[in-house]
Design a protein around this ligand. Sequence first.
Ligand SMILES: NC(=O)C1=CN([C@@H]2O[C@H](COP(=O)(O)OP(=O)(O)OC[C@H]3O[C@@H](n4cnc5c(N)ncnc54)[C@H](OP(=O)(O)O)[C@@H]3O)[C@@H](O)[C@H]2O)C=CC1
Ligand SMILES: CC[C@](O)(C(C)=O)C(=O)O
Ligand SMILES: [Mg+2]
Ligand SMILES: [Mg+2]
Length: 336
Amino acid sequence: MSAEVFYDDDADLALIQGKKVAVLGYGSQGHAHSLSLRDSGVEVVIGLQEGSKSRPKAEEAGLKVLTPAEAAAWADVIMILVPDTVQAKLYADEIAPNLSAGNSLFFGHGFNIRYDLIQAPADVNVAMVAPKGPGHMVRRQFVDGKGVPALIAVEQDPSGDTQAVALSYAKAIGGTRAGVLKTTFKEETETDLFGEQAVLCGGAAELIKAGFETLVEAGYAPEAAYFECLHELKLIVDMIYEGGIANMWYSVSDTAEYGGLTRGPRVVNAETKAEMKRILTEIQDGTFAKEWVAESEKRENYKKLQQEQADHQIEETGAKMRALMPWVQRAITETA
Ligand SMILES: NC(=O)C1=CN([C@@H]2O[C@H](COP(=O)(O)OP(=O)(O)OC[C@H]3O[C@@H](n4cnc5c(N)ncnc54)[C@H](OP(=O)(O)O)[C@@H]3O)[C@@H](O)[C@H]2O)C=CC1
Ligand SMILES: CC[C@](O)(C(C)=O)C(=O)O
Ligand SMILES: [Mg+2]
Ligand SMILES: [Mg+2]
């Protein structure tokens, strides 16, 4: 069944402009939402812990920073954009005690509602505005007059206007420029976790590294392997982004097209698809969520995996090659 999609004309910016909005967290998503909400005429404050390393960034951007408790007490709409595994404790300690009937609790991802880690009072609206893109791109696209698509969902709606307010919020961060899909917390959570694990982050990174390693282990120069398996991938994906997979096939050589059509399915094959289905099952049955919440206590394995990634030869080679292409290194800033 196709989803209901909303665009700028379907959303009334005045709704969110009439709300006091607290954004808890000023990281990848938090900075993007806050700055774009403010640009869209919305009254925003940031909620951060005392001593937060994000505080100076938010204050330098001219945003008012309160503690999460103070921000929650002040706000009509509270958007929780702190890491998923700290949200439940933050909610219990600082948000729940400061909620009032008719307030709205918004999320950028459905993890804590989908897995019942947060339960809001029945007189509080609960919704989601989940951009389908990294926060820094959400802000960059907004500044460039473009937009990153988003998903909205409504879990609780005692006020009766929560979807309209969520759509208004999505418009204020540029989402309705690109298209906003109405979904559920369950669907957004499960599809987002699957996408980031199997395709966008985990799958893509492993494909790139496996290609790089295969060439380097066969004796080819790491620089050549970097250009072939990482640098050019953006150029290829840009063609796919702009006109679909067919557009990429149109632009590459017929040699590449024949080779890709015949050899691609040997790389991503039936076993790959079977593993994807196992990954999805672990998301659907809560196995991943339990593992991630437990891991987040000490993050020992997470830190070990992060270090292994940082130590990979492709990062050293890539840093060297990107330094010779200054236009590539668009610094990740907290403004655009
Ligand atoms: N990253 C992305 O592009 C996307 C993220 N999301 C969702 O957005 C939410 C936020 O993720 P993301 O933007 O990546 O988060 P980041 O890790 O980039 O930023 C986290 C922010 O929260 C602050 N923070 C951490 N702990 C607390 C706390 N206990 N109380 C108050 N503030 C705290 C951090 O401050 P400090 O600097 O002090 O640590 C930081 O400002 C998550 O639900 C995520 O799933 C959804 C779509 C995409
Ligand atoms: C793809 C990863 C993501 O879901 C995102 C940027 O959309 C995330 O959680 O960061
Ligand atoms: Mg995502
Ligand atoms: Mg995600």
